[in-house]
Design a protein around this ligand. Structure first.
Ligand code: SF4
Ligand code: FES
Length: 251
């Protein structure tokens, strides 16, 4: 396959970026999207040009670092697929592919396609953990967890923190990410203890970081590579309201 690439190039956070056009021959349909990017960078290096910076790590759909906007869609055209799992067979010979970084105020561009997603780390640090003393490794059945709760917690725990939900939302809302983390922890018995405190701390951190409010368009659900449902947001909202009511009553 022969493809044309229009890629956002930006030297650093302060520089003005622009699209540059590249052509690449001999792209195999079986190549992963990031392997295609590697091939482009090899070509650029041979030509003594600056390779394109992009984030990646596991290349197995687990780490959440490979967030790219591809032809107007976070992680590209294939549903429930991270960029590293996307194959070039989903594109046509001769097609032009436009590649951009996530565009959100809370995710400033560092270089080219790499954005700063440490806002997510700060939200997790604000409360996305269980702080009870866990001591030594417990027996598996010491704390019974019903199957229904375990399944619900796991559905939320599959969030890889990629930020596609933010990138897809017209308000750059981080609600799906935050709701996944809140719900995952508060559904399990160990996490219930500080659930009310957690939801307030994490949503306050989300606001501080400059993410917008939920736009109710379900764009986050449509673009989430792990298929996390917006019902998770409804569950977080209900937990948030309960926390507020309980806090008012105890004042
Ligand atoms: S909710 Fe989905 S889209 Fe958002 S960060 Fe988690 S995995 Fe990525
Ligand atoms: S590189 Fe880890 S999810 Fe894509």
């Amino acid at each position: 396959m022969k493809i044309k690439l229009q890629i956002w190039r930006q030297k650093n956070a302060r520089a003005k970026g622009k699209f540059e056009t590249y052509e690449l021959d001999n792209v195999s349909p079986e190549m992963g999207f990031l392997e295609m990017m590697d091939a482009l960078n090899l070509k650029l290096a041979k030509e003594s040009k600056d390779p394109v910076s992009f984030d990646h790590d596991c290349r197995e759909g687990i780490c959440g670092s490979c967030g790219l906007y591809i032809n107007g869609q976070p992680h590209g055209p294939e549903g429930k697929t991270t960029t590293c799992e996307l194959r070039m067979r989903f594109f046509k010979d001769g097609q032009t592919i436009v590649i951009e970084p996530w565009r959100a105020k809370a995710f400033p561009v560092i270089k080219d396609l790499v954005v700063d997603r440490t806002a997510f780390d700060r939200i997790i640090a604000a409360g996305g953990y269980i702080s009870i003393d866990s001591g030594s490794a417990p027996e598996a059945n010491n704390i019974p967890v019903c199957k229904n709760s375990a399944d619900k917690a796991f559905d939320a725990a599959v969030c890889i923190g990629c930020g596609a939900c933010v990138a897809a939302c017209k308000n750059s809302s981080a609600m799906l990410f935050v709701a996944s983390k809140v719900y995952q922890l508060s559904t399990l018995p160990q996490g219930k203890i500080e659930a009310r405190e957690r939801v307030q701390k994490m949503t306050a951190a989300m606001d501080r970081e400059g993410f917008g409010s939920c736009s109710n368009t379900y764009a986050c659900e449509a673009e989430c590579p792990k298929g996390i449902s917006v019902t998770t947001i409804a569950r977080m909202n209900s937990e948030f309201l309960t926390a507020k009511v309980v806090a008012q009553k105890s004042e």
